[in-house]
Design a protein around this ligand. Structure first.
Ligand SMILES: [Fe+2]
Ligand SMILES: [Fe+2]
Length: 219
């Protein structure tokens, strides 16, 4: 059976992820390394587990979460679509059945807020898990003055901790921010498009989506 351990041990996956990390470093954008891949994989699986999905769906979500950003090894633009095709080829080469590999391809191809739409339980879990990973450690460049930081860096720099809770009928993203760096309302403004997509994804899963920042429920 192809599981997350099989994917992590594969040399082709390793080479592609290394190249993706080097491209992201060269572009100077927010960290998209194995740390991010590991967190998104874990949370994608936990969302479906929390909603009572069977182990097979959880396994697909974990793999989709781990591989979702491998398209960054080709180009940041359209990385969701290119990564989806790469993932399908890797998974079928490893012996995964075509239907399961296609499920993962579809989820990866829909994870980005620009063109993504929640189209399955796996893709919905992946969207929410990906957008939930905000943390100051994701900012890799040295920023001397917070006013010089771009929008993604500002949001991530302010984030001390983020985590998801999944209860029956409700998925909540909790974020702890340093409000000296970024106000709660700034945060909300920056994250509005992403949160709209999370809300759609939660709806696909039969849930409400809430965003809680520093203990205040914003949506
Ligand atoms: Fe992505
Ligand atoms: Fe991502």
């Amino acid at each position: 059976m192809i599981d997350l351990a099989t994917i992590k041990a594969d040399g082709e996956v390793e080479a592609i992820m290394n190249m993706a990390e080097s491209q992201i470093r060269a572009l100077g954008i927010t960290e998209h390394s194995r740390r991010h891949a590991g967190i998104v994989s874990k949370w994608s699986g936990e969302i479906l587990r929390g909603l009572g999905a069977d182990e097979e769906r959880i396994r697909l979500a974990e793999i989709a979460g781990y591989l979702h950003d491998i398209g960054n090894c080709i180009n940041r633009a359209d990385h969701a679509q290119s990564g989806a095709l790469l993932a399908y080829n890797i998974l079928t080469r490893l012996g995964m059945d075509s239907r399961s590999a296609a499920e993962i391809m579809m989820a990866i191809g829909n994870h980005d807020e620009q063109y993504g739409t929640p189209v399955s339980d796996v893709s919905s879990a992946l969207i929410i898990a990906d957008k939930a990973d905000v943390h100051k450690s994701r900012v890799k460049k040295e920023i001397r003055d917070i006013r010089d930081a771009d929008i993604h860096d500002r949001v991530n720099l302010a984030a001390e901790r983020s985590y998801l809770t999944v209860e029956e009928g409700a998925i909540t993203l909790h974020i702890q921010i340093d409000d000296k760096m970024c106000s709660v309302m700034d945060y909300f403004e920056i994250y509005f498009v992403r949160m709209k997509l999370c809300r759609k994804a939660a709806k696909f899963l039969g849930c409400r989506f809430s965003l809680e920042i520093n203990g205040t429920v914003l949506i």
